[in-house]
Design a protein around this ligand. Sequence first.
Ligand code: MG
Length: 396
Amino acid sequence: MKICDIRLVRVHGHIPRALYATEERQVGALDLFPEYRARTVRPPSAADLQSSDTIDAIYVHVDTDEGLTGIFGPLFEDQAYQIDRRLRPHLLGQDPIAVEHIWDVLARHDRHGRKGYMMMAISAVDIALWDIRGQAAGMPIYRLLGGPTRDAVPAYVSTLGHSLEPEKVRERALHFCALGYKAQKWFFRYGPGDGREGIERNMELVHTLRETVGEHIDLMFDAWLGWDVPFSIEMGRRMAPYHPRWLEEPVQPDRIESYARIRRETGIPIAGGEHEYTRWGFKVLLDADGVDVLQADPDWTGGISEMVKICALASAYDKQVIPHGHSVLPALHIIASQSPAVCPLLEYLVIHNQAKQWFHQETFMPENGLVRLPTKPGLGIEIDPAKVERQEELHW
Ligand SMILES: [Mg+2]
């Protein structure tokens, strides 16, 4: 079998606003600057929630001369550009089953491509190739990887985009408990630019949640690269009596010594790595004792081939990998193929993971806190023609 074409296809449709409307944003690295800190989200009106909005998504299609096509997405446009302009010549005519060979070629072809959009492009191609492998073998990817290790995978709920008004937080936190989730992640809105008031308002969120859900539900908190070391240490010490399962990405990814210091000085578990790439990036983080939980995202860090290696590396350090949830399926296959000791949980972003699967024939959402395993050969993405109003092939 040979790869005979690579197509980047953008599909367009409409999605009900009620499915993805956001009410609040999280703190971020740019909140250092007042003009960015002032940005607010306008919560949707009742009329907004009755309306629909346009949605589009880019998928890479890897065609073979034997009629099998591997599909993966949604992709960022920058990933699609790299695939179209840079990776295509290294893929045409290659054996799609030889994923290790192709990964090595793609990772070596550009010395500036070790991280960022090029590695994200390599990830997308690798996942599409695993889709072909699975289809050729007639089984889901997790079976080829040695799974399943469970019948269904426990999910934690990520509340990105939900209001942080205490009354709404209470209502939603109880709702997620009632849906069967045993763990919830919430996103801080304030950072060092907000001074002491920011610490107090963040702590109000922590306090409200612990008081609402009690001691039997795990709570995680994400600062999305938006803090500095002093702010993180003060927040971590204040959070410690509330027993968070982890504090996520307090500072920017390359400040590995800062991660280690925050971890040491707060005594609470630290998570990170959704913006880290490849086994080599994670080895540095592990050697520095920077995190307790690795959040590699298969869609970005190097694909399924690389995720398996990151899981093996993490297990040798006795650390857990709880993949970041950019999209559901690649992480689900990985988790279902690994020991629950290494990969105990899937991240499910309530708002974003619905929109990311909007065009898919079969969607994977938690039920009673568990996500069922795919049964179709390959990855499991099939585009639903009923959702696609128009589509075009992208070329640069
Ligand atoms: Mg995060």
